[in-house]
Ligand binder design. Structure first.
Ligand SMILES: *[C@@H]1O[C@H](CO)[C@@H](O)[C@H](O)[C@H]1NC(C)=O
Length: 197
């Protein structure tokens, strides 16, 4: 009994410690440089257009121990203007709770030379302004240790879930039709029951 209690106590304590000492964004080394094509202000369509992302170690930063750099993950991240009034996209200092970067571009082993990927914007990426951040972990699915991000990239993605006007019109016609037909069947039903009595 006492052992069980102790185990529960330790488990609680360690989960508390994990939540208190989760990795914070300011603890990550800003050691990568990240660029993209297109760069600057660019408009792309989800499910159709491509972007090439290139990253490398920033050689002007000294004392970086890259022997622990194992895995990179590039992500699309919301610009500030697309986070406004949307708590589900909010930036948090604690990485486990941060919702800035929600769309994975690629995850692969870290290479000491420059690396790049060409990515087609996925269909589920919503309409918003994005930049790109590349994270480094100390192992596959391991602890976040470093990052780099684009500077000056404002990637405006036109999402395909944004309903077009013609879909809206079709939807309103169908809903009007369903109300009318419901009324019609209700009327028929009433008429029938009147006749039955
Ligand atoms: C590399 O790091 C230096 C020092 O922090 C910084 O001034 C420079 O802008 C960085 N280079 C790039 C391309 O990000």
């Amino acid at each position: 009994m006492a052992v069980r209690g102790l185990i529960i106590f330790v488990a609680l304590l360690s989960s508390l410690a994990a939540s208190c000492y989760g990795v914070m964004f300011h603890e990550l080394a800003h050691s990568l440089t990240v660029s993209s094509t297109p760069s600057g202000q660019a408009n792309v369509k989800a499910g159709k257009d491509q972007i090439t992302v290139t990253w490398a170690l920033n050689r002007s930063i000294s004392g970086v121990d890259t022997s622990i750099y194992r895995e990179v993950e590039a992500k699309l991240c919301y610009h500030l203007e697309s986070q406004k009034d949307r708590p589900w996209r909010k930036t948090e200092e604690e990485m486990a709770r941060d919702k800035t970067c929600q769309f994975a571009i690629v995850k692969r082993p870290y290479t000491s030379s420059s690396d790049s990927v060409t990515y087609t914007i996925k269909k589920d990426v919503p309409t918003a302004h994005y930049f790109i951040r590349v994270y480094v972990r100390d192992g596959p699915g391991g602890k976040l240790i470093a990052y780099g991000q684009t500077t000056g990239l404002d990637l405006f993605v036109a999402g395909i879930s944004g309903r077009s006007a013609s879909i809206d019109i079709a939807a309103s016609i169908f809903s009007a039709f369903s109300v009318i037909s419901l009324g019609f069947f209700f009327y028929l039903e009433k008429k029938k029951s009147k006749r039955a009595t």
